[in-house]
Design a protein. Structure first.
Length: 263
């Protein structure tokens, strides 16, 4: 299995009581914490079912969006890079994650430029490149700083663009294997996936584009049967996870974990 889809470790964090104050582009109502906890438990169980070592951190009530740990760091085999989130209310989350990564990595680097902003939700780790989408949360300076930080690790960063009105690059895409991505038509039309095989998300099911290939399975948000069937037909083992509550605050499958294999 390609390293971009194969992981020995994951870190997740329990949702906090303050989740009802989570950021959102459109207000569709507050998340139901009990139901979100139920979905989160199913998510953790699915990760652990692959044999990975999964660390579940306690909730951080001071940070309503802290359940979305992916935005805090980029975890590579060589080391981890602490992000600098573009939402001011989330800046403290990255610092909270750092000590947990220090327990697993000997090398930790940080995005530190005052004008640099970057969130993990805009980063798609491929087999031979790191695609980073410029968005409302990730800017040119943040992408350039990341590229400098990982260059001596042999990692190549390619800047791409997130469609207007879409929160994160990975809101609209997921890596399924070294050569295949699941993507919305609006993102694929940009040409950013030239050289990849694209499995198109079914019309009206754009919210299902954010899935995770984690070892032998694809964690996929429940409620999108046409896209699920396309993945199954392509030979993937799909595990459906409820995501109705995270979706209310613009969260998806990838947002809920950091996935990595420290060298």
């Amino acid at each position: 299995m390609p390293r971009s889809c194969s992981f020995s470790h994951a870190i997740s964090r329990k949702p906090a009581q303050s989740i009802i104050r989570g950021l959102r582009a459109v207000d569709t109502g507050n998340p139901d914490l009990a139901l979100m906890e139920e979905h989160h438990s199913a998510y953790i169980a699915a990760l652990r079912s692959t044999g990975a070592e999964v660390t579940v951190l306690e909730a951080l009530d001071a940070y309503p969006d802290s359940v979305f740990v992916e935005d805090t760091a980029l975890c590579l085999p060589e080391g981890a890079v602490i992000m600098r989130p573009g939402a001011p209310s989330r800046l403290g989350e990255a610092a909270e994650m750092e000590p947990h990564l220090r327990a697993l990595y000997s090398e930790i680097r940080r995005i530190e430029g005052e004008d640099s902003f970057i969130e993990g939700g805009d980063i798609l780790m491929g087999e031979t490149e790191i695609l980073v989408g410029r968005s409302a949360r990730t800017n040119e300076a943040g992408i350039a700083e990341l590229a400098r930080l990982v260059a001596d690790w042999g990692q190549v960063v390619r800047e791409v663009h997130t469609p207007p009105g879409v929160l994160h690059f990975k809101t609209d895409c997921s890596l399924m294997d070294a050569e295949t991505v699941l993507a919305t038509d609006r993102l694929a039309a940009s040409g950013c996936f030239t050289g990849y095989k694209v499995i198109a998300v079914a019309e009206g099911e754009e919210a299902s584009a954010n899935a995770i290939r984690f070892n032998g399975i694809v964690l996929f948000p429940a409620g999108f049967p046409k896209t699920r069937d396309r993945l199954v037909a392509a030979g993937y083992e799909v595990v459906e996870i409820g995501n109705s509550e995270c979706q209310k605050i613009d969260g998806g499958m990838s947002c809920l974990s950091l996935r990595f294999t420290p060298r």
